[in-house]
Design a protein. Sequence first.
Length: 367
Amino acid sequence: MKKHKKLVWPDYENCIANLPNSILKKWELPTVGGTLSLADKYLQKDYKNVVVLILDGMGKRVLEEALDEKGPFRSHLAGIYNSVFLSTTVAATTSAMSGLQPCEHSWLGWDCYYPQVDKNVTVFLNTVQGTEEPAADYNLAWTVTPYENVVTTINKAGGRAYGCAPFLEPYPKSIEEVCNKIKDLCEEPDSKYIYAYWNEPDGVLHRHGCSSNVVKEELANIEMIVNRLANELEDTLFIVTADHGHIDNDCVVLQDYPKICDCMKRLPSLEPRVLNFFVKEDKKDIFEKEFRKEFGDKFLLMPMEEAIEKNLFGTGKHHECFRAMLGDYLAIATDNLTIYFTDEKWLTMHGSLTEEEMLIPFIVFEK
């Protein structure tokens, strides 16, 4: 049997969900979880500005392969820590904004099953999985699983905090525009927290592959622009990190395995590297046999209750919708193989527990 890649099991005492709790602690506000020791030692100092910039997909392995070890990012690398499970933007950035673990906020993957409408829904787009059809005439995720982000919490308490991302006004369209906005905010009076997010290098990684020159050029450009900002800031703790990493993937399509599909109540959800299966009651034995026959050396298949007992989604109190959004089995990729269940295919993917997907950098610029 082929040996699995090295897996990194979630560490909810050293992950991106802990970072916003360190921010709350800095502002002397109640935390919703444990803090991040990597961040706490820097946050003990008195800065006018604290900035966190998340670069989507810039995991440890991507950073090492794309950038010079003597360049700004790698030379300012303060440590390595973990994404959450699933190692994907929906789960990880929600944790980064709220301080909650995935089991607590229930923003679990790109596609989630919502029993309220009995549909798989693409969470950020609020559309029925694999289509452009609206999932509801309201935003399902924000209605069913609302949460409060740290920016709001600080502002409610009378502090100053800001968000800067492509989906927030003034809707920056480049990393340069994101950095310009950060600079403008940092130059305003009074102490403040700024949460910023940019959606690359994730897109170029998906389209071109981890070792592509396009990725290296994109990251080099991002590094140059971010480093220029770091040099211009004063009295600022500037943290640059990522939500998850990437792995080059070998693709198969689930529909090419009719014996497995025949066992399913609906298409899987979550991510192509971590599949959430709802299985017909009288077909569970067949499903387990067929799935392990086809994918047993590439995926861990476990009953959902086992995955929950292992605290894969977190150790905190479960959101009231959490269990109903999950099915009967969880299939977790342990190699490069990725099982797509819609028409979408990419050269790289993420979501699972390999080192490439789970380990993320903690980069610090102090001025």
